[in-house]
Design a protein around this ligand. Structure first.
Ligand code: AMP
Length: 281
């Protein structure tokens, strides 16, 4: 595995790979890798000739009161995990090269960036689409791999790729969970053991929702009320949102029908965690 820091070097490598007719799979991350990231890498390794992973904590997607400076970072550990899972090139750019003083451009997707996490984190998705568009132009992948864990992000990037005619297949892979159901996240590292156990309630609330639907409940309000009640049993958990939305517009659905996303965002000890399930009836 080669560690690449420079944007022009990464572009030169990608151009050479393309000239050799090699397909490039790309896994963009913010590092502090876990099994969720590794599952994306292994899929890329299976499907593509060469796998590039980026590690970049993108300042543009963090709000002023968010955890940009304290976001967990450990490049040595990440490099070992990336190599073990089959990454060929680990691209780790610098802020000064990604956003020099002269930097001016933003990429923005309308509509679906305003609901859910977009409502709680203004500007977040503009930061995400801007950095992912840059990374796509640097790495020039054939396929890019994202997790359903950040389902809104995956849909926003799918919309960006479609709208801007980017010749990149966007692949969305299932959520990898810890035993007990907590969705793996780099931010879980902020939590004590006891808090980690407490926040399992989020997945329990999602599975309770699924259970209600399987038993015939179709009213979103009833399902959301049940989820809120469950979450309220854990004092440390504060709800940011619980929504039942359609996968196209990410707008609330009154009744469960067709493909439906049930998503939750919570705070515990000021750490924001998200999770979701997709239901088909
Ligand atoms: P992050 O480093 O948190 O920005 O995540 C990088 C990529 O890994 C994103 O596409 C995430 O959706 C994905 N990812 C994060 N956590 C998980 C998980 N538990 N299961 C599957 N994919 C994940």
């Amino acid at each position: 595995m080669k560690l690449i820091r420079s944007i022009t070097r990464m572009q030169r490598i990608s151009r050479a790979l393309k000239a050799e007719k090699k397909t490039i799979g790309f896994v963009p991350t913010m590092g502090y890798l876990h099994e969720g990231h590794c599952s994306l890498v292994r899929k890329s390794v299976r499907e593509c000739d060469v796998t590039v992973m980026s590690i970049y904590v993108n300042p543009l997607q963090f709000g002023p009161a968010e955890d940009f400076t304290k976001y967990p970072r450990d490049l040595n550990r990440d490099a070992a995990l990336a190599k073990k899972n089959g990454v060929d090139y680990l691209f780790v750019p610098d802020d000064s090269e990604m956003y020099p003083a002269s930097y001016r451009t933003r990429v923005e997707v309308d509509g679906i960036t305003r609901t859910m996490c977009g409502a709680s984190r203004p500007g977040h998705f503009q930061g995400v689409t801007t950095v992912v568009a840059k990374l796509f132009n640097i790495v020039m992948p054939d396929s890019a791999y994202f997790g359903q864990k950040d389902i809104q992000q995956a849909l926003v990037i799918t919309a960006m790729a479609r709208d801007l005619n980017l010749p990149i297949k966007i692949k969305v892979l299932p959520i990898v969970r810890e035993p007990g159901g907590l969705a793996m996240s780099s931010r879980n590292a902020y939590l004590s053991e006891s808090r980690r156990r407490e926040v399992r309630i989020v997945y329990r609330a999602l599975t309770a929702a699924r259970g209600l639907i399987r038993r015939g409940e179709r009213r979103s309000a009833v399902i959301i009320a049940k989820m809120k009640k469950l979450l309220s049993t854990i004092k440390s958990v504060k709800i940011d949102y619980i929504v039942i939305v359609d996968p196209c517009g990410l707008l609330p659905k009154k009744k469960i029908a067709g493909t439906t996303i049930i998503a939750a965002a919570i705070f515990v000890d000021n750490v924001r965690l998200i999770d979701n399930i997709v239901i088909k009836v």
